[in-house]
Write a protein that binds this ligand. Structure first.
Ligand SMILES: NC(=O)C1=CN([C@@H]2O[C@H](COP(=O)(O)OP(=O)(O)OC[C@H]3O[C@@H](n4cnc5c(N)ncnc54)[C@H](O)[C@@H]3O)[C@@H](O)[C@H]2O)C=CC1
Ligand SMILES: O=C(O)[C@H]1O[C@H](OP(=O)(O)OP(=O)(O)OC[C@H]2O[C@@H](n3ccc(=O)[nH]c3=O)[C@H](O)[C@@H]2O)[C@H](O)[C@@H](O)[C@@H]1O
Length: 436
């Protein structure tokens, strides 16, 4: 099938390359010339395992093209996927949908033949209907252009695998004609056994928000348990292991620590609560507000632990920070708890030195005022306190005796329960952890 993907970011570039991988001809559009230039050279502008290989292969074969030209996309595609960003509105909890509607406005005037627009961005319930109304107004093909939604569930760091072999595909449609077209597009994936659920657009939009808020809720639940464990002298990791063996609960997303970050869970949880408020469902608002509040409080908690470990005052102290990415396996620092806490240390008068195996450049672009190191030992040099905030495997593998030689004081705050506790105790470190 000839298809386009509008928006060449973490979702869009991965989706475009994956659609080429399963045999489609793809044109992918972005308004950012610099991103398009990098993608045209057959590589990605962000780190994502396996993506560069796929991009290089399909750009070289001509099956995947990148452009800034909406006319080219409109004339080419029988199906148009929308993968632009839906950040929070500045200073508010609900979504800023300007990229979605701007992309629709740019594309629609070139839709002269019947086709389907399939939204993949995460949006509030009601967006498919609004986009459909706009398309009817602007597209020369009018009623021949259908809008459906098909939210994305990929995780950064596993994006290619999650796109080609997802747990499920969920689509929200208003007609069997559209359903058939989407089934055709995904046939190579569903033929391999991936289930496809077809719903109305509203249910489909809510599935995505509910999925992310459930994950947020699980993390805030275990973080609340972490505080209870700490108060009672228990160990939250053992508690999570025991809970996780119950298949009704499951061990995934029960890692306590500094809380969730990234470009999605924080903003999706808040936006879902904001939409629930508009819909008058107060108990959903209460639940999700508590989830968010617990999450936000984790960051302050790490600052507080660090302050205590510094004898009550951070000012003038040197703090080594291990980790800047919002999680392992990515160079993404959007709403990263690690970077947020590091910036708070700096604001309180500490000298901060950060090391992250992948995310230093992205972190520096947002927080040029912080110090950055090329390796873990340099970040730890002369530190009064060392704080681990992203659970990179290399931090677990590092020899605490080697670190002890470069620091000022052997004090570690492990905000992700990321290091091997006995090794650090054996090397005479004072180790503070959340939930123990
Ligand atoms: N990042 C992730 O892991 C996932 C993201 N999502 C959702 O997917 C959507 C996209 O997220 P990301 O890919 O992370 O965002 P991103 O910021 O990485 O990419 C968005 C892209 O859209 C481009 N863009 C902006 N306005 C445009 C326009 N009018 N026309 C064409 N291109 C335009 C930007 O230049 C950028 O390259 C969001 O709704 C997000 O919540 C869903 C699942 C996973
Ligand atoms: O909508 C999205 O964009 C995506 O958001 C998340 O994916 P992602 O943001 O890539 O990262 P996760 O692996 O979910 O981690 C999110 C945050 O939660 C934290 N986390 C995760 C698990 C856990 O047990 N504890 C915990 O604190 C991570 O460190 C990270 O900061 C979802 O997992 C995806 O299914 C979804 O498609």
């Amino acid at each position: 099938m000839r298809m386009t993907v509008i928006g060449c970011g973490h979702l869009g570039a991965t989706h475009a390359a994956s659609m080429a991988e399963i045999g489609h001809e793809v044109v992918s559009v972005d308004i950012d010339e610099s991103k398009i230039a990098i993608l045209r050279s057959g590589r990605s502008w962000f780190h994502e395992p396996e993506l560069d290989e796929m991009l290089a292969r399909h750009v070289a074969s001509g099956r995947l093209r990148f452009t800034t030209d909406f006319a080219e996309a409109g004339e080419f595609g029988e199906m148009h996927f929308l993968g632009v960003a839906t950040p929070s509105m500045r200073g508010r909890d609900d979504y800023d949908l300007s990229q979605v509607f701007s992309a629709v406005r740019s594309l629609a005037p070139y839709l002269r033949r019947p086709c389907v627009i399939v939204g993949k961005s995460t949006v509030p319930v009601g967006t498919t209907e609004a986009a459909q109304a706009l398309v009817r107004e602007l597209a020369p093909a009018g009623d021949g252009v259908d809008v459906a939604w098909n939210p994305e569930f990929l995780r950064e760091g596993h994006a290619v695998r999650d796109t080609l072999r997802p747990d499920r595909i969920v689509v929200g449609v208003t007609s069997t004609r559209v359903e058939e077209r989407i089934r055709e597009a995904y046939r190579p994936i569903t033929d391999a056994g991936v289930p496809m659920l077809v719903t109305d657009p509203a249910t489909c939009e809510l599935v995505k928000g509910a999925a992310n808020t459930f994950l947020s809720m699980k993390i805030s639940f275990i973080n609340a348990m972490s505080d209870v464990c700490e108060a009672a002298g228990a160990d939250v990791t053992q508690l999570a292991d025991a809970l996780g063996l119950d298949p009704r609960i499951g061990r995934a997303f029960l890692d306590a620590g500094i809380g969730y970050g990234g470009g999605c869970l924080p903003k999706d949880t808040r936006a879902f609560a904001a939409r629930a408020r508009e819909l008058g469902v107060d108990h959903a608002v209460d639940l999700l507000t508590a989830v968010d509040r617990i999450n936000v409080s984790r960051r302050e908690r790490v600052v507080e632990m660090t302050r205590k470990a510094c004898g009550g005052d951070i000012t003038g102290r040197r703090i080594g920070v291990w980790g800047a990415a919002f999680k392992v396996g990515t160079d993404d620092v959007r709403d990263s708890p690690a970077l947020d806490v590091a910036a708070r240390f700096h604001a309180l008068g500490a000298t901060v030195m950060i090391y992250d195996p992948m995310a230093v450049e992205n972190a520096r672009a947002i927080h040029p005022e912080l110090g950055y190191a090329d390796d873990a030992l340099t970040a730890a040099a002369e530190a009064d306190v060392l704080v681990t905030m992203t659970a990179w495997p290399e931090f677990r593998a590092i020899d605490p005796n080697a670190v002890a030689e470069v620091v000022n004081r052997r004090v570690m705050i492990d905000a992700r329960n990321a290091v091997e506790v006995p090794d650090w105790h054996d090397a005479d470190w004072t180790l503070h952890r959340l939930g123990c």
